[in-house]
Design a binder for this molecule. Structure first.
Ligand code: PLP
Length: 390
């Protein structure tokens, strides 16, 4: 079978890339290699696999697939999205400065803040929707731009080509957290970014059954540093999770299509609900969508104009949407950022960034859209009845 998938289209590469053709049993799928160590031909032989923290055949298969789908050259799989962020931050030294978007995944924000105190790293948070804000925040210590687009939970969009250009002019690396869009919808390395980051726990693995992270780069020297950080810090992904993530990638394009279709129908519905006073969604308000995003993706956030008791009633009334942290799986999830995913962000920072008590974030799954709409409708009805009683 043709395993050199370089010239193939995205969907074909999603299904085929990374496959291990020479496993001795003619397997169609990539085997799981649990071995921690490998027989070598002579002392000091490093021509093949040596030790699985350094490299592992199953993880290498996943890394080849990730590099291919993100239009990169080298990928590195980690034990979590945050382990992957940590490995990127390991490129920095004490005194260095990072400019990051203000609407960040809560755990990334917590990690940045903990390093700020311990290792004297500087972090400036800016509204990433205006690229000029990156330029304004740069100082002579700035080494890294950290961009999340669409961001979490307000789905703000940053213009990757313009931000990367500003970075390049100042010798600053631009890293893009591409967790929400996935490479099916947006490919930052093609747009000028230096580093792509993923929480593969979300759409890449796609079934809420793996915690994993990834970094993809195109530059050989940067890849060498990232590999050093991977085997030196040691947060690499194990073979079983690598295999599950690789399996998830095979249906990424199918899932992202359905996530997007379902989320568009839900946004149409939310626009008719009187208590919903704000919807956050890529491309809404007739704004042009930057970065050649080909689909809106599966994330929808919205604000309910009601008190916390009513919002709580809504969030606990859904029967198909599961009230849970995380996102990106085949099952629809509902989340209340202020008390769940973003509870670690200080109250005043949250309020300043628009993450209030009325904010709800949906991870729209791949179920039947009528069932999802019915579920939201009955949850709003339940909330209305509760509000009338009160
Ligand atoms: C979940 C998430 C992370 C952290 O990834 P983990 O796999 O949970 O460690 C980082 N960024 C974004 C956008 C996320 O959604």
């Amino acid at each position: 079978m043709d395993t050199n998938t370089k010239d193939r289209n995205f969907e074909t590469r999603a299904v085929h890339s990374g496959r291990v053709p020479e496993d001795g049993a003619n397997s169609v799928t990539t085997p799981i290699y649990p071995s921690s160590t490998y027989r070598v031909e002579f002392p000091g032989d490093e021509s093949g696999y040596v030790y699985s923290r350094w490299s592992n055949p199953t993880r290498a298969a996943l890394e080849r697939a990730l590099a291919s789908l993100e239009s990169g050259k080298h990928a590195f799989a980690f034990a979590s999205g945050l382990a992957a962020v940590t490995a990127v931050l390991h490129l920095l030294k004490a005194g260095d400065h990072v400019v990051a978007v203000d609407d960040l995944y809560g755990g990334t924000h917590r990690l940045f803040e903990s390093l700020k105190l311990k290792y004297n790293l500087g972090f400036t948070y800016i509204d990433g929707t205006d690229p000029e804000n990156f330029a304004k925040a740069v100082n002579d210590r700035t080494r890294l731009f950290w961009v999340e687009t669409p961001s979490n939970p307000l789905l703000k969009l940053a213009d990757i080509p313009v931000v990367s250009e500003i970075g390049r002019a100042h010798n600053i690396l631009t890293a893009v957290d591409n967790t929400f869009a996935t490479p099916y919808i947006q490919r930052p390395l093609e747009l000028g970014a230096d580093i792509v980051h993923h929480s593969a726990s979300k759409y890449l693995a796609g079934h809420c059954d793996v915690i994993a992270g990834a970094v993809v780069v195109k530059d050989d020297q940067l890849a060498e540093k990232m590999h050093f950080n991977q085997y030196t810090v040691g947060g690499m992904l194990g073979p079983f999770e690598s295999w599950l993530t690789l399996r998830g990638l095979k249906t990424l394009h199918l899932r992202m299509e359905r996530h997007s279709l379902n989320s568009m129908k839900i946004v149409d519905f939310l626009e008719t609900v009187p208590v919903v006073d704000r919807i956050y969604y890529p491309g809404i308000d007739g704004r042009p969508v930057p970065n050649n995003m080909t689909r809106p993706g599966g994330m929808v956030s919205f604000n309910i104009k009601a008190d916390w008791d009513a919002v709580r009633q809504f969030a606990t009334a859904t029967r198909v949407f599961v009230l849970a942290e995380s996102l990106g799986g085949v099952e629809s999830l509902i989340n209340h950022p202020a008390s769940m995913t973003h509870a670690s962000v200080p109250e005043e920072v949250r309020q300043a960034h628009g993450i209030g008590d009325g904010l709800i974030r949906l991870s729209v799954g791949v179920e039947n859209s009528d069932d999802l709409l019915d579920d939201l409708r009955q949850a709003f009805d339940t909330m209305d009845r509760g509000m009338r009683k009160a």
